[in-house]
Design a protein. Sequence first.
Length: 543
Amino acid sequence: MVGRQAGTRSARSHALSVLRIRGTALALALLPAAAAVILLAAETTGRIGPGWSGVRLAVTGLAALALAVAGGVAAVIARSRPAVSPTVPVEEASAADLYDLVRDLAERLEVPVPSAVALTPDCDSWLEDRSHRTRGRVAPVLVIGSPFLWWMRVAELRALLAPVVAGTGPSLHPDIAAARRFVRGLDAAVAVADKVHAGRPGAGGPGAAVRRAWLRFAGGCARLMLRACAPHAAEMERGVAAAAAARAQGVDHALRTAAQEQVGLAYAGWDRLLTRVALPAWRIGRWPARLDAGVVSALTDLSHRDSLAEGFTSRLGERPACDLLDEPGAVDEAVSLLAARLFHGGPPEPGPDWAPVDWQKYPEEVVDRIWRTRASRLFTHLAALDRPGGGAVGGGATPARIMEWLTDGAEARTEELAARIGAAVARESSHESWEDPLVAPLIARPGDGAGVSPMGLPLHEPRSGRELMTEHITALICCAAVDTAGAAPGLDWLDGPALLVDGARTADLTGPVLELVEGGDAEPLREWMALVGVRPDKPVRLV
């Protein structure tokens, strides 16, 4: 109780500081008008002589200008809409058990019930105020990280959400709510000004130029106030979080530590799944439609390999939190599509060049296609070097041909081939992402480097020519193993595409390929192929 009261007092104190900054800005805007009123009253009552008329007129003009400017800035701030996190809404009709869990938590915590529940493709949970969309004061929306629903058990999710739901109490305090609205409005106005500044200078004619100039000015004023508010706003949020944590102490306290351990595990598995498994598929226009179900498989592998989850078997016997949804498969698909849009820049709807893929078909439709595309690219540019006028590569598209080419003593030619492949990959990467207003400003462009997605995932990791050569030759050998040795493309939940020989993952191919690329020594790779049964003289099937 003491901690809760202290946190609320601290949050309210800093909220009042934010509101005082708002009041100070308003007072400064009204100051010339107040001076004009005083001069008018003094002239009317005879306290000042006619010589003050010019001063009064000047101050009155200044007051009118100040009020017009202040009103215009206030209008920009009021009309600017704060950004809303992209989420998948979950209606109560399709998740009655989840809403019951949240409602029960709110009743036990004696706080208002969140107005709605939504899912985000990230390992985080928070409350988000969306009252600006309804033009009224409603409880905030509870946003839940989707990996938590699939990996955590119901009791763990309940313990995890308790301090989050507890935040609805202080969030509806009048002073805190007013301070948050003011800060969000300032932040939105700054974002509008930045967007205008990034636009084309000459677009729209003189009228548009004046509007852009005005929005930049209003954004500058908002930025000054936002800088003044920032320390108090940060302390206000810390106070709110402290009050919410203190209020939730008595709810599922014993499970809180276990739930936090699962948060760290979920984050690790989710990151590996996105970067090693989902990203290769996104890059060829396919998006895994069951990412949340996949994270369970990834975390299962991670737990078995590294012994990170204590009591793992007994945990799986408990009810998973995704059972709180009526149709978890449909929700998972919606979240997976949003994840592809956020992390990679894919379009918001499926299409011919943006199709979903099931996990069972991932090896055939993603892994095999990636390998054969890389092998085809390798031989296309090898042919361009060997036969500048075009035509097939001498010796055919065989592992023997590339090994001969890399061991004939030309280091200069190897570097040229690597450069050609790197340029081709860069050109193709520049066209991978769709023009989506949500992510387009953050998508990597030619010459921009790797680029970062809105949620922090590297869009295109920068790779050296040697790394690309190693990647492409490895793909060629995998294709040869599939075509001539009975191997098969596979999926490793933590490492992505894998080559399966006799049903087991082969992890010792990288070393022999590196010996060939970096040292021109083909013997280790020949020995590996002989051991697996790969025919180096047989052409591989290309796309």
